[in-house]
Design a binder for this molecule. Structure first.
Ligand code: MF3
Ligand code: CO
Length: 291
């Protein structure tokens, strides 16, 4: 695990401490879990203090952008307009929208309304209306560091059925995050999410998950929200990933828009809701970076 690094050499993470006083014990524990058959993260996924600080700063922009956009989420506004506002505010704050041109994605934000599960593309033809529920998913690059979070917004008067979906989807994300602790397992997150969704008569999207983030937009690990307790990657301090389950009011099955190759819908046309936070694994549990 520790390569050729001697215990008295400077730690690879750049802390300035000797390896034995820094990452040695974490990597010894990782090696021990690895020998017992657990999936352990690659060292490059464990962020250094300096990188964490950069990702924290990027996350502050992301939070500010979601705070900012809330006032504009009203009946009659086109999602194209919300996209323009996000683009301009991101630039004003010194950042760059991470989605823009990412794998060919054409816009600065994803806006997913009602039966759209995720990756809805802003358009002048998509206009918010009273009773809609909308996920606004913002991601930012700042000084080379990536952050990502999303929230649900209710437009005007929303049915109690949809309000409940939005509320339970948030609880699902929160219960998933509560599972995050060093030397826990990633599979525990998905099990907590899925159990809570099922208890409420909802289903969890299986094909799309969360992701590691920080130095790139989407890094390892891939995060399932239908995973099983006691499985998956070992959670180690310095690991950063998103918790962003998509919760469907009806069946879990999804379908892809063949025209734009981005927009994901529920197959049964029933509403879907999603909340997302970027989370850091710490020695004592977790720290929420972006929300
Ligand atoms: N922000 C999305 C996520 O949470 C990623 C969107 S990729 C895009 O995973 F290209 F569709 F924007
Ligand atoms: Co996102």
């Amino acid at each position: 695990m520790s390569g050729k690094l001697g215990r008295n050499d400077a730690c690879w993470c750049g802390s300035g401490l000797k390896y034995k006083k820094c990452h040695a014990s974490i990597e010894e524990q990782m090696a021990s879990y690895h020998s017992q058959g657990y999936e352990v993260p690659h060292r490059k996924l464990l962020k250094t203090q300096k990188q964490i600080e950069g990702i924290r700063e990027s996350s502050k922009l992301n939070i500010a952008l979601l705070d900012f956009i809330g006032d504009y989420v009203v009946d009659g506004i086109a999602t194209e307009e919300l996209d323009r506002l996000i683009y301009e505010k991101t630039k004003e704050l010194g950042g760059t929208p991470a989605t823009l041109h990412y794998k060919g994605y054409p816009k600065s934000v994803c806006i997913s309304i009602n039966e759209v599960v995720c990756h809805g593309i802003p358009s002048d033809r998509v206009v918010l209306k009273n009773g809609d529920i909308a996920n606004i998913d913002v991601s930012t690059i700042y000084n080379g560091f990536f952050s990502d979070s999303s929230r649900m917004f209710c437009v005007g008067e929303v049915s109690s059925e949809k309000q409940k979906l939005v509320h339970v989807a948030k609880e699902c994300m929160e219960l998933g995050i509560e599972q995050v602790k060093s030397w826990g397992l990633l599979g525990d997150v998905g099990q907590a999410v899925n159990e809570h969704a099922k208890k409420n008569g909802y289903s969890v999207v299986r094909e799309i998950g969360g992701h590691g983030i920080g130095l790139q937009f989407q890094e390892d690990p891939w995060v399932s929200y239908v995973s099983k307790q006691g499985t998956g990657m070992l959670l180690v301090p310095g690991l950063i990933f998103t918790v962003e389950p998509m919760i469907n009011m009806g069946k879990a099955k999804i379908s892809m828009n063949e025209g734009d190759n981005w927009t994901v819908y529920t197959a049964d046309g029933k509403p879907s809701a999603q909340w997302e936070k970027t989370v850091l694994v710490t020695e004592t549990g977790y720290e929420i970076l972006a929300y």
